[in-house]
Write a protein that binds this ligand. Structure first.
Ligand SMILES: Cc1cc2nc3c(=O)[nH]c(=O)nc-3n(C[C@H](O)[C@H](O)[C@H](O)COP(=O)(O)OP(=O)(O)OC[C@H]3O[C@@H](n4cnc5c(N)ncnc54)[C@H](O)[C@@H]3O)c2cc1C
Length: 457
């Protein structure tokens, strides 16, 4: 006989914790969170390695679009938070260019800058709306020069996908647009434009990495979280989930933050079109490579982007700079650390074999790590589901899968629950969890889930 709960949540990442905290705040105590891992945090968890270096699952910075997330941070971290101004740079065409690349062309070699500028002006003079794919959109918005020198090689690495297969519908806040008149003026004046975007200032926990937020958010709710509880099957007719240990748990509402394709795969009665749509969803895997050095922290930059296909990583994060406590004893006079992300996908695979050596060599060849400092630690973690890829078929697939689940009172939420990169950050995940909790209690609408993805409204 299954134990039954008003609400069952799959996953104690930011979304599941957002839901749990809100449900309890609203007086719903009959809730259980089933978490496969032995700890909270999901993709936003952190690890301390044997040498005492802290690593995130890829470079996380804390910024927010939602008051609920700000309040959660204030509550769990208080003043144990460091605040930074972004210093982010792109290595392309042999030059370091401030992010966003397309707004700082004067930093490029003159002939490259000229090609980028001329093609950008030409593109904007002839721009047409409604590009079908990301590459066409970028050529229309930035011109062939910017696309060839930065946008295409960089994004091909991030997404481990051909840009012609990606949609341009998600870009609103994620890619800086540029006005050619302002760009020409700044280029001639050789002025940097540094402050674009929502993360030009960001926060980071004083110690414990990004995962400290979620450790603390989960701790008061330990009695409602079952760790090591992986859900392997769901029976929507009986409203039960079955765990790998055979235990069954019943629900009135199921909020799942597991990857959407896995969720559908766990349901025996899913129709063929729903199964096919879930299988059409594409994700990247990211190999996170951390290298700790016995060398003082001297670099003032936050994170760096790399367009060159010969550099294995698309981004390197100056992790000791985020928080001194990310190195042993907080001793940045002795240690520094770089955390690099390498994408892989079914169509563009990258093997982890020998990857740490390749990353370390590239950190030196690009000049990020000068000289030959002693390596104090090497860390490799593969994150199987890292980026939900905004393919051209994604939105159709979501319109097929999510309403079908919704009609069964199964709400798939969070980064991989809704598979929408544009609302895939921690603040979005928390907000989605909070809104799902409110909906469970009083039916109120969810801010980040479009109506077309919800069956019962
Ligand atoms: C490389 C990288 C960089 C990022 N950078 C940033 C950043 O700078 N800023 C930012 O705000 N966000 C960033 N993010 C996104 C951030 O990590 C996510 O927004 C957030 O973790 C999503 O929370 P979630 O709860 O939706 O999902 P997840 O974190 O994926 O949590 C889901 C949880 O469900 C559990 N689970 C899955 N399947 C099952 C099952 N069958 N049974 C039981 N439990 C299960 C998992 O173990 C996991 O704990 C980044 C992510 C990555 C990968």
């Amino acid at each position: 006989m299954a134990t039954e709960h008003e609400v069952v949540v799959i996953g104690a990442g930011p979304c599941g914790l957002g839901a749990l905290r809100e449900l309890r705040r609203l007086g719903v105590d009959d809730v259980v969170v089933l978490e496969a891992d032995e700890r909270a945090g999901g993709l936003a968890a952190s690890t301390v390695d044997d040498a005492g270096f802290t690593w995130d699952r890829g470079g996380h910075v804390v910024f927010s679009h939602h008051g609920e997330f700000d309040r959660l941070l204030d509550e769990v971290l208080g003043d144990e938070v460091l605040r930074h101004e972004r210093s982010s740079w792109v290595l392309a065409a042999g030059a370091w260019v401030p992010y966003p690349f397309q707004r700082n062309l004067h930093r490029l070699p003159a002939d490259v800058a000229a090609r980028c500028l001329v093609s950008l002006i030409e593109a904007q003079a002839t721009a047409t709306d409604g590009a079908a794919d990301l590459r066409s959109w970028a050529v229309g918005a930035f011109g062939a020069g910017v696309v060839d020198h930065f946008f295409e090689p960089y994004n091909t690495k991030v997404w481990a996908s051909d840009l012609g297969d990606l949609s341009a519908s998600w870009i609103a806040e994620r890619v800086a647009e540029v006005d050619w008149r302002a760009l020409v003026t700044r280029t001639l004046r050789r002025e940097d434009d540094l402050s674009w975007g929502p993360n030009d200032r960001f926060a980071f926990p004083t110690r414990g990495g990004t995962g400290e937020i979620w450790r603390r958010a989960a701790a008061p709710h330990r009695d409602r979280i079952r760790y090591g509880a992986r859900v392997e099957a769901i029976d929507p007719a009986e409203r039960t989930v079955r765990l790998v240990d055979g235990d069954e748990v019943g629900y009135r509402t199921l909020i799942s933050t597991a990857p959407l394709d896995r969720l559908v795969g766990a349901m025996a009665d899913a129709p063929d079109e729903v199964v096919a749509a879930s299988k059409a969803l594409v994700h990247t895997t990211v190999h996170v490579v951390g290298v700790g050095y016995e060398a003082p922290l001297v670099d003032d930059r936050s994170w760096l982007y790399f367009a060159d296909p010969d550099v294995p990583f698309y981004r390197a994060t100056n992790f000791a700079k985020y928080a001194p406590a990310n190195v042993p004893d907080g001793d940045v006079g002795r240690y520094s650390s770089w955390m690099c992300e390498v994408s892989s996908s079914a169509t563009h695979p990258t093997s982890p074999d020998g990857l740490v050596d390749r990353v370390e060599a590239a950190l030196r060849s690009t000049g990020v790590v000068p000289g030959q400092p002693e390596v104090a630690t090497r860390h490799l973690e593969t994150v199987p589901y890292a980026y939900p890829v905004p393919t051209r078929g994604r939105d159709d697939a979501l319109r097929t899968v999510l309403p079908w689940l919704d009609a069964k009172r199964i709400w798939s939420r969070g980064r991989f629950g809704t598979w929408r990169y544009e609302v895939g950050n921690m603040d979005h995940a928390v907000k989605m969890g909070i809104d799902a909790a409110r909906r469970a209690v009083d039916g109120s609408p969810e801010a980040l889930v479009p109506l077309e993805l919800v069956a019962s409204r």
